[in-house]
Design a protein around this ligand. Structure first.
Ligand SMILES: Cc1cc2nc3c(=O)[nH]c(=O)nc-3n(C[C@H](O)[C@H](O)[C@H](O)COP(=O)(O)OP(=O)(O)OC[C@H]3O[C@@H](n4cnc5c(N)ncnc54)[C@H](O)[C@@H]3O)c2cc1C
Length: 325
């Protein structure tokens, strides 16, 4: 069987690993402590927060079919309720969700954790840029640990990370074009349940652009409200180098100003920086595969920063890998 290394245990890397289960010997390398990548859930004491992707929608029958076993296993459910627009600290009207919005249960990373089970996934291993090779690709970690030989190495990282990983093998055209937008996530846990009658809000002014009441998602602890707020990328660009420890209180004040009613006191106030949160304009090139060089790539830059499209791009790459034997 072909030996395949997948770099990145986000939803794209794990969807690919699962799809290749019967056609290759797959090892997934992830530099972070856990799996999920940007489809993340983070614990802070007794509270957990989906501080990356908030939810996802389904537009294709292929993705619907892919989700079916996950839904049957209770790992995916609908998040529904009133969504509103906020401006100048006022609720200025409803915001209509025309599609069903789904979430991982009990956290967004539940799907990645489920997909990772049964695969060889090595966390806390950062793969170093590849060198030129005449035969099988030898992988090494940035710490110098040999990671084995592979017939195919797949990057599921951001465009600039993919470009750096493969620079010694191929100058991949076009990878300098998709610009990733940054975002900060503010995580707040209150000492009381959520009592307002909305579950999420678009904020039309100020640094915060989106508020999710995480504790209103299915399978979460409703006894104490947990809130995730995401910033506008223009604001995050200005604060790219500001230590995140300094930004928690700044964003908590901004959240207070955006809210139509005062917040009860907070047990947790933490900020997290996503340097590369969402892909900007992309030409949607689709997944990349070069069998002769032994490299391939997929990720949101190949399609869009929608979880559905990330999964479909990974499935398309798996189909092409399987088809070429
Ligand atoms: C704040 C935020 C909000 C979002 N909201 C939504 C939303 O509501 N709905 C939606 O559909 N999408 C949303 N998205 C986008 C969605 O989360 C992403 O498009 C999707 O999760 C990308 O998955 P991926 O597997 O391609 O990449 P990632 O999740 O980024 O996974 C790549 C992984 O590769 C690892 N890695 C990188 N370099 C190396 C290396 N050298 N060695 C080993 N590992 C490496 C990284 O640590 C990472 O875990 C949001 C994203 C963010 C950040």
């Amino acid at each position: 069987m072909k030996r395949i290394a997948i770099i990145g245990a986000g939803i794209g890397g794990l969807a690919l690993a699962s799809a290749l289960r019967d056609v290759a010997l797959v090892t997934v390398f992830e530099k972070g402590r856990g799996v999920g990548g940007r489809m993340a859930t983070r614990r802070e004491g007794e509270h957990s927060f989906d501080h990356g992707a908030q939810c996802f929608t389904v537009r294709t029958t292929a993705f619907q079919a892919w989700l079916k076993p996950l839904t049957a296993a209770g790992l995916v459910d609908e998040w529904s309720g009133p969504v509103v627009n906020l401006e100048a600290g006022r609720l200025i009207g409803p915001r209509h969700w025309r599609e069903r919005h789904l979430v991982g249960v009990p956290g967004m990373n539940a799907i990645a954790r489920h997909l990772a089970a049964g695969h060889a996934v090595r966390t806390e291993v950062e793969v170093a840029p590849l060198g030129p090779s005449a035969g099988a690709m030898e992988l090494v970690s940035t710490g110098g640990e040999p990671l084995g030989e592979y017939d195919l190495v797949v990057s599921t990282t951001t465009p600039h990370q993919t470009r750096a990983l493969f620079a010694g093998v191929l100058a991949m055209p076009g990878l300098d074009r998709p610009r990733m937008k940054p975002c900060h996530a503010l995580m707040v846990a209150l000492d009381a349940p959520w009592r307002q009658d909305w579950i999420a809000a678009k904020v039309l002014d100020g640094p915060i652009k989106w508020i999710s009441i995480d504790s209103t998602k299915p399978g979460r602890d409703r006894a104490r409200a947990s809130i995730v707020a995401h910033t506008r990328s223009s604001w995050s660009r200005h604060h790219a180098e500001t230590p995140t420890a300094l930004l928690g209180d700044v964003l908590f004040d901004a959240l207070g100003r955006a809210m139509p009613a005062p917040l009860s006191s907070a047990n947790v106030v933490k900020a997290h920086r996503w340097r590369s949160a969402l892909v900007g304009k992309t030409e949607r090139p689709g997944p990349f595969l070069d069998h002769s060089l032994g490299i391939a790539a997929t990720g949101d830059w190949t399609a869009s920063s929608r979880i559905e499209e990330v999964v479909l791009s990974a499935l398309e790459l798996a189909r092409r890998i399987a088809a070429t034997g």
